[in-house]
Structure formats: C-alpha cells, structure tokens
Ligand binder design. Structure first.
Ligand SMILES: *[C@@H]1O[C@H](CO)[C@@H](O)[C@H](O)[C@H]1NC(C)=O
Ligand SMILES: *[C@@H]1O[C@H](CO)[C@@H](O)[C@H](O)[C@H]1NC(C)=O
Length: 372
C-alpha cells in the first residue's frame, strides 16, 4: 500500500557532497545519494539508506541485534523520527502517519525512509544510524523543502474573487492557486490567517492556530484548517496562492527610496530589472529575506519581508507584511504615495555568474542553475 503514495513529482538535484567516512569498521551505512534532496511543500520524499557488514568474522558467538535510528537535525535541534530493534519499528509521536521504512521488512539491509506531508520545518539534515554490538555507523543527507503558501486579497477589497478570478489572480502575481495539501502543510508550520480563501479544488478554507470569535468556521474551539467545503464558483472570497520557484533574484537597496509606484517601476528598469511580483517576494522571504522597509511590488501593493520579528517592524510574527490603504485591511496604497521598492532580476543574471566562474551552463532544474 505504501508504494501507491510514493512521490511522482519529487525533484532531485545532485551536487557534489560528502559521503560517510571510512574508518575500518566492518559495519557500514551508506546513503547512495550525494548532495541535497529538494522536494516541494506538501509532497513526500524517500531517503535511500543501505547498511552493509563486511565478512570479517567476529569472535563473538551470536551477532547482536542491530538498532536502527533515523533522526533529523534542524535549527541545531536533533529529533528522533523512528527507531527499529529487530522487527519492531517505533515511529515517534510527532511523525505518526507520515514516516515509515519502505523496504525494511522484506530486505533488512534497506533502511530507506519515507516521509510524507512535507512542511518547511522538515528542511534539515537526516541521519541514518545503525548500532550493532560495539559498532556504530551512520550517514547524513540534507533535505530542502521548497515553496510557500500565502493569502492574497484583491486591491478592491475583502472577498472580491470568484473561483475563476482567484485562479487568475494567483497567476497574475507569478504564483498558482494553492492545493488543500499545501495549505495544510503551511498550517502545520504555524500559518494563521482569519480570512476565507479559494483553493485549487474549489473549496474555501483558512488556517487557524488560535481559535477566537469570528474565526471558528466549522471547528468551534479547535485549532485547524477551517473548511467550507466545495463552494459555488460565483461566490466571492480571498485566495491562497502557492509559489515554489523563481528564476532569478529579488533585490532591495539597503538605502530606502521614496518612490511613487511609477517611480518604482523606473527605478527597477534603470537597474536592468523589473518590479518584483508578490509571489517572488514571498518566496524570497521563505528563503530568508528580511527587510524592515515597505516597498512597491508589480501589482501595486506595498509589502516587506520579516523573518526575524521585532516590534517596530510589524510586531511579533514573522511573515510578509502588507501595507493596506484602510485600517480594515483592504485596498492597496495610492500610486502617488511614497515607498521603497523590491526589484527582480531574471535568470540571465544567474547565467552571468556562470560566465564569471568560467563555466558552462548545463542544466536548469526548477530554480537551480547548475554550472559545470
Ligand atoms: C524497495 O525495493 C524494491 C525492490 O527491491 C526496489 O525496486 C525499490 O527501489 C526499493 N525502494 C527503495 C526506496 O529503496
Ligand atoms: C473597509 O473600509 C473601506 C473604507 O472605509 C470601505 O469602503 C470598505 O467597505 C470596508 N470594507 C470592509 C470589508 O469592511
């Protein structure tokens, strides 16, 4: 049954990386994959891992029962995913239902791990470890989970998109309408937004961590993703969009500019670039961009990305902050109002880097250019 839910769309990128050290032990653990694994938000991934024992005869009578352990190190914290002793696989509480050993029961040397419902916090270093008697061997692989879900509201006001308009609105800002799985993955990462929005399956939902008046939806006092079910496509809501890759770089000058919307367009053009889209800014934020300076984007909205929350930069939550025209959080700013700017430079810019390094551009996988 496991194989039916194996990923069909997992993206693999190869880089030169390190493999396990060879210190003369008879027990060896090998992850036959070098470099990082890259997978989209909400998808699943399998980490290959093989154990081998060289035929060096041991003096002891019966071989000890091996103990297998998968752990992940993320933000400096090590967490256990599962342990195996003999035939017993014990999956940690936090990974129930989304972690499993693929082939272990039929071939005990195959310790490959399957991990589903990927969220951004799953990015990290995964260790496959085997202990047997006095020996201990392990290997490491990096996972990067890509993609970000974000709430989008029309400039005209709250709840202004039909289902069809919602799809087009995401496309117009360089994204696509999010799937329920992607919104759920974002929710498990702490995403909270008390605004009902369209999703790709024509349902309307919103993610709530802290249930409160006006945000109960169909769930009363429980945290979770509220779901209105399949909704008439003519009804009006906001939308949740998803972006996974941008072929280029968002940039922002450290000196704030005071520009109108048209001034901002000219500013980027003069830099050989264009105004960044809202989706590009969200993706740059998800990859660590932090600027406490509201700037124009191509749809006429004004936003700024905060990864290290501080009081004077939009309060205690990380996120892309939006400057609305009205206090009820609707409307984009007047085009004549003065703000900073976020520009975007397309992939040809990255191409130049290859030339600088005197290498040839060979391959483009999603957002990764590989120079060889
Ligand atoms: C599991 O075993 C099958 C058959 O040996 C093999 O084709 C498949 O690649 C294995 N899966 C993993 C993740 O190693
Ligand atoms: C928000 O405020 C604007 C301006 O006061 C008003 O036109 C609009 O109807 C309000 N929208 C909502 C959803 O309350």
């Amino acid at each position: 049954a496991l194989f039916s839910i194996l990923p069909s769309e997992v993206v693999l990128c190869w880089y030169d990386g390190q493999s396990s050290s060879d210190d003369g032990q008879s027990l060896k653990v090998n992850i036959p994959h070098s470099g990082a694994l890259v997978a989209p938000l909400g998808s699943s991934v399998s980490f290959p891992c093989l154990v081998s024992r060289s035929s060096t005869p041991s003096t002891s009578s019966a071989p000890a029962v091996p103990r297998v352990k998968w752990t992940v190190v993320s933000d400096g914290v090590e967490t256990q995913i599962l342990v195996v002793k003999g035939q017993r696989v014990k999956v940690s509480e936090a990974y129930q239902g989304r972690a499993a050993l693929l082939n272990y029961t039929s071939s005990p040397d195959d310790l490959s791990l399957w991990l589903g419902d990927l969220r951004s916090s799953d990015s990290g270093y995964y260790r496959c470890e085997v202990q047997q008697g006095l020996e201990d061997a392990s290997d490491l692989i990096q996972l990067k989970v890509k993609g970000v879900v974000f709430h989008y509201r029309d400039a005209l006001g709250r709840y202004a998109f039909s289902y069809h308009q919602a799809q087009m609105a995401c496309e117009a800002i360089g994204a696509e309408i999010a799937t329920p799985d992607q919104l759920l993955a974002a929710y498990y990462n702490g995403y909270e937004q008390c605004d009902a929005g369209w999703l790709a399956d024509q349902s309307v939902r919103y993610p709530i961590q802290f249930p409160r008046e006006g945000c109960y939806g169909d769930m009363e006092g429980q945290p979770g993703v509220r779901n209105y079910g399949t909704v008439n496509p003519a009804d009006l809501y906001d939308v949740y969009c998803y972006v996974e890759a941008i072929n280029g770089e968002v940039f922002h000058d450290s000196v704030p500019q005071q520009l109108s919307f048209h001034g901002a367009q000219s500013y980027c053009r003069a830099a050989g670039a264009e105004l960044a889209t809202t989706a590009q800014l969200y993706l740059a934020w998800s990859e660590g961009l932090d600027r406490c300076s509201p700037g124009w984007l191509s749809d006429g909205s004004v936003r700024y990305p905060i990864t290290a929350p501080r009081e004077r930069c939009g309060g205690p939550q990380a996120g892309v902050k939006t400057l609305y025209r009205f206090s009820n959080q609707t409307g984009f700013p007047e085009p004549s109002s003065l703000h900073d700017v976020y520009c975007f430079k397309g992939a040809y810019f990255v191409l130049q880097k290859c030339i600088v390094y005197n290498a040839e551009l060979k391959l483009h996988i999603r957002n990764t250019w590989i120079c060889m």
